[in-house]
Design a protein around this ligand. Structure first.
Ligand code: WQD
Length: 334
């Protein structure tokens, strides 16, 4: 049974990928510094999977901690999630983002190379495409960064592209991951006020936040609000399983979008979430947010052709799963 190392595996996408990998028959080791993950995530994963969860607390910025993982475990492949991911924060702290996201990747690649492990799935983002009118976006669209965060994702991809043929690399460009695991026992769990739409709506639905500000209704879109390609986090996790499987089986690299190809507006999401939680959600129209683009949707065909990947869950599924998670959390916290 192949053994996979998940850096950042206690995080939102990492924890869902953990469950998908275990279900697919992989052995998995989580390596996480818990800077953006609650300490009880591993025990929740154990409750869901029924198996002991192997967790090593460590930091990708610590070369010794990374080397120790490869000394202790016969790792066959790595899925690298451990990175900072808030666009706005990256503008305030560019050096921290470059140090963690690029420096951390370089440390990981050195540790892997030293251990003879040369299969890596890299968590990238649609943000590498910048602001473009080309929609849906194909993978061969030029890359341009609009934030230090986007720069670190492009830099990571370009570093991986320099590696020789001993390496097989899966670059996965996420569009907008949302939703929660079907068990409602793990999900997106932002500690502060969310920047992203769905976790913000979720907190309005639970009463933790008063009102959603819809950032602009004057875009060139059907209802004037921003359109994005939302993808269920469980579909996204499945994409990672297919990616690492392909690397291990073929030794060939790939770069694919992970999205549905379908666009949903902000008001579409507000409506879908309101139906999921049976509430009229409180929102107001506010000015546009700096840096936002009107439309961002994936051309999903390459992931289908190269990995057999297809997103199957609907926006309604995404909102229902998010509501089940946050309302369950609230119930447990009372
Ligand atoms: C979605 C839509 C907003 C919040 C970001 C990052 C991207 C990736 C995913 C890391 C937009 C609108 C939002 C709110 C709103 N992260 N909105 N009110 O900006 O598409 O992508 O997260 O890889 O890199 O850029 O996601 O959820 O912030 O916004 O009206 O309170 O919702 O204007 O149209 P985004 P988002």
């Amino acid at each position: 049974m192949a053994k996979i190392l998940l850096t950042g595996g206690a995080g939102y996408i990492g924890s869902h990928t953990y469950l998908a990998l275990v279900e697919a028959g992989f052995e998995v080791v989580i390596f996480d510094n818990f800077s953006n993950a609650k300490p009880d995530v591993p025990s929740r994963l154990q409750d869901i999977s029924g198996d002991a969860v192997h967790v090593i607390q460590g930091d990708v910025l610590n070369r010794d901690e990374l080397a120790a993982v490869f000394d202790a475990h016969q790792i066959d492949g790595v899925v690298h999630f451990a990175a900072k991911k808030a666009v706005g924060e990256s503008v305030e702290k560019p050096l921290e983002y470059i140090h963690t996201n690029v420096g951390g990747l370089l440390n990981l690649l050195s540790a892997m190379d030293g251990a003879g492990v040369r299969r890596i799935v890299f968590s990238s983002s649609a943000t590498v495409y910048g602001d473009t009118d080309v929609q849906p976006i194909p993978e061969d669209h030029p890359r341009t960064y609009t934030s230090p965060y986007a720069y670190t994702k492009i830099a990571g991809e370009q570093i991986l592209e320099q590696l020789n043929d001993d390496w097989a690399v899966g670059i996965l460009r996420y569009f907008n991951p949302v939703g929660a695991h079907q068990s409602a026992m793990i999900g997106e769990d932002p500690s502060d006020i969310p920047n992203n739409l769905v976790p913000y709506i979720a907190k309005v639905a639970t009463g933790d936040l008063e009102q959603l500000a819809v950032f602009g209704d004057d875009y060139d879109t059907p209802d004037g609000t921003g359109v994005r390609d939302y993808i269920h986090v469980e579909d996204l996790a499945n994409g990672h399983v297919l990616s690492i499987k392909s690397l291990l089986e073929t030794g060939s690299s790939h770069t694919v979008n992970l999205g549905t190809g379908e666009g949903s507006s902000v008001l579409d999401v507000v409506r879908a979430y309101g139906e999921a939680c049976d509430q009229d959600l409180n929102y107001k129209i506010a000015p546009r947010r700096d840096g936002d683009v009107a439309v961002l949707t994936a051309r999903p065909t390459k992931a289908k052709e190269e990995l057999g990947f297809e997103a199957t869950r609907s926006l309604a599924d995404m909102c229902r799963s998010s509501w089940a998670w946050v309302s369950g959390q609230r119930r447990n916290s009372k």
